[in-house]
Design a protein around this ligand. Structure first.
Ligand code: CTP
Ligand code: CA
Length: 218
C-alpha cells in the first residue's frame, strides 16, 4: 500500500486504534453506553495512515466515515472489541481511544416490559483491553491509552498509566465542552513526565500524536 502522505515515516508499521463507545445490550431494544463521538480516535487513525502506517481501526457504534487508507472493524460490545484487538495482533503500536463501557449486564433475550416496578440490572465488569494488551506476551512496543477525566486530571492519568502498564496516557479534561466537539485539550503523560498541550482541533491533536508515535517507533 502506498503511503498517503509524503513522509512515509510509519511505512511498514502496523498500528491498532480503538475508537468510539461500546454498547452493552440490556435487551433487544436497549443498551448502556459511554458518551463518545469517535472523532478523536478516527482523527488519530487518519493521521497514522497519512504517515504511511497500516492502520487497523476497531470502532464501536459511531456515525463517521472510514478514513482513507484505514482498515475498519466495527464492533458493538467491549468483549467484541477485545476479541477484535486480539485477532489483529501483532502490531507495533496500539492507541486505545475508545470509551469502553466498564460494565455489562446479562442481556434479556426478550424485551423487558413495564410492570409497575422498574427492573434492577446487575452488572459484571468488562475486560480491560488496555491493561490486557499491556500485559500480553504479544504486547506492541508502544501502548497508549486515553483518560477522560473531570477532576484531578493529571493525578488520575498518572496513576492510570502505572496501573494499566501503558507507556503513555493522553489525559483529556472533559469538564468543558470537549465531548462531541471539534477541539481538545490534552496532557501527554509519559515516563519522562507531563506535557501540557494547548487547546487545538482534534485533528491537530491527532497529527501531533502521530508524529510523536513515529518518533517513538523510529
Ligand atoms: N479501556 C480499555 N478497556 C476497558 C476500559 C478502558 O481498554 N474496559 C481503556 C480506554 O480505551 C482508555 C483507557 O483504558 O484508553 C482509560 O480508560 P478509563 O475509562 O479512563 O479507565 P478505567 O480504568 O476504566 O478507569 P475509570 O474508573 O476512571 O473509568
Ligand atoms: Ca472506564
Amino acid at each position: 500500500q502506498a503511503s498517503l502522505g509524503t513522509s512515509g515515516r510509519l511505512s511498514g508499521r502496523h498500528v491498532l486504534v480503538t475508537a468510539g463507545p461500546t454498547h452493552e445490550p440490556i435487551d433487544p431494544v436497549r443498551y448502556i453506553a459511554n458518551r463518545s463521538s469517535g472523532k478523536q480516535g478516527f482523527a488519530i487513525a487518519a493521521a497514522l495512515a497519512y504517515l504511511g502506517a497500516r492502520v487497523t481501526l476497531v470502532s464501536g457504534p459511531v456515525t463517521l466515515p472510514t478514513p482513507a487508507g484505514v482498515t475498519r472493524i466495527d464492533v458493538e460490545t467491549a468483549r467484541d472489541m477485545a476479541a477484535a484487538i486480539d485477532t489483529a495482533l501483532p502490531a507495533d503500536a496500539a492507541i486505545l481511544v475508545a470509551a469502553v463501557a466498564d460494565w455489562r449486564v446479562e442481556p434479556s433475550g426478550s424485551k423487558i416490559k413495564k410492570q409497575g416496578t422498574p427492573p434492577s440490572l446487575s452488572f459484571a465488569e468488562n475486560p480491560d483491553i488496555l491493561a490486557g494488551l499491556a500485559a500480553d506476551p504479544r504486547r506492541p512496543a508502544l501502548v497508549v491509552g486515553f483518560a477522560a477525566e473531570t477532576d484531578d486530571v493529571i493525578a488520575n492519568a498518572t496513576a492510570k498509566r502505572a496501573r494499566k502498564g501503558a507507556d503513555w496516557i493522553v489525559a483529556n479534561d472533559v469538564s468543558g465542552d470537549v465531548m462531541g466537539g471539534a477541539d481538545n485539550r490534552v496532557h501527554l503523560v509519559t515516563e519522562a513526565g507531563v506535557e501540557d498541550w494547548e487547546q487545538m482541533p482534534k485533528d491537530q491533536v491527532a497529527a501531533r500524536l502521530a508524529d510523536r508515535i513515529a518518533d517513538a517507533l523510529a
